[in-house]
Design a protein around this ligand. Structure first.
Ligand code: PDD
Length: 277
């Protein structure tokens, strides 16, 4: 079952108009929200970010937080798996003419949920590879927009090169991954790009920082260079579907000789506690 504009229906019965601005322009925003033990994880934080995205592009939020929670929980009641990944998107709606500017429209709301298979700690300890690329995206990466052409191009490159992620840089400063936030550990301190219009304010990013504090790891929300990334003691990426992944190889070169660090292990464990709390 999926949710479309107020109704729970079979996915193959869900249709939208070709005049939907989500289809014509990618004029919409979205959220990806994990569910653990049948509980929606950090729903409020996701709803706050959704509201910020909607405000930025002047779409009125069709529902209040309680209504969102009711809709999402009802959708989950149709799912068997206890671990899910909810995909929720709101487009500006259907207009009569294809015109870039817009009038007030009734937004199109689409939600689906799919089983989520978290990787075990043992599997994550194998380490993952990434490549680096200049960040060609626009200057409003803080909006979780469904217009994802650049991110799609990077992710396809990652697939073709058989790596987990593409890590992006502006000038020589690392911003984030194509679909994740990026962290390094250098001499015991955790560095990650500060919140700005050049990154998505990841919900998992906040949880990584919360876990790092519990592990008594000093945190610097300052950007770091590609050179600092290459010589880091540890390198991680985070997202709602991947949690916290150690990256041990970048552009074919090993990070810290391919070793998984203690900081990751501690932060991973605290993150699991938060999930199961
Ligand atoms: N992507 N940065 C970008 C560009 C992202 O696309 C994502 C997540 C993140 C991490 O955000 P969060 O921790 O809130 O998931 C950072 C999702 C999972 C996606 O597009 O499917």
């Amino acid at each position: 079952m999926v949710f479309l504009n107020g109704e729970f229906i079979e996915k193959n019965q869900a249709h939208i108009s070709v005049m939907d601005r989500g289809f014509l322009f990618g004029d919409g925003v979205y959220e990806v929200i994990p569910v653990y033990n049948n509980k929606i994880f950090r729903l409020n934080a996701h709803l706050l970010r959704l509201q910020a995205s909607l405000n930025s592009i002047k779409i009125k939020n069709p529902y209040n937080p309680q209504k969102w929670s009711d809709i999402l929980n009802k959708l989950l009641s149709f799912c068997n798996n206890q671990e899910q990944s909810i995909y929720l998107q709101i487009s500006r709606g259907v207009s009569s003419k294809r015109k870039h500017s817009f009038n007030d429209l009734a937004p199109t709301v689409y939600i689906e949920s799919n089983p989520l298979q978290s990787k075990t700690k043992q599997a994550l300890k194998a380490g993952f590879s990434a490549i680096t690329q200049p960040d060609i995206r626009w200057h409003r990466c803080d909006i979780k927009s469904t217009s994802l052409l650049a991110n799609i191009m990077y992710s396809q490159q990652a697939k073709e090169k058989n790596v987990e992620e593409v890590i992006l840089y502006r000038g020589n400063q690392v911003t984030e991954g194509a679909t994740s936030n990026v962290f390094i550990i250098k001499n015991g301190t955790l560095f990650t790009h500060p919140i700005s219009t050049h990154i998505l304010p990841g919900i998992t990013r906040d949880l990584v920082l919360e876990s790092a504090r519990k592990c008594h790891i000093p945190i610097k929300k300052t950007s770091f260079s590609i050179n600092e990334l290459n010589t880091a003691d540890e390198l991680w990426i985070s997202s709602s579907t991947r949690e916290i992944m150690p990256i041990t190889q970048v552009d074919g070169k090993l990070i810290n000789r391919g070793n998984i660090g203690n900081a990751w292990s501690c932060v991973y464990d605290y993150y699991q506690n938060l999930k199961n709390a």
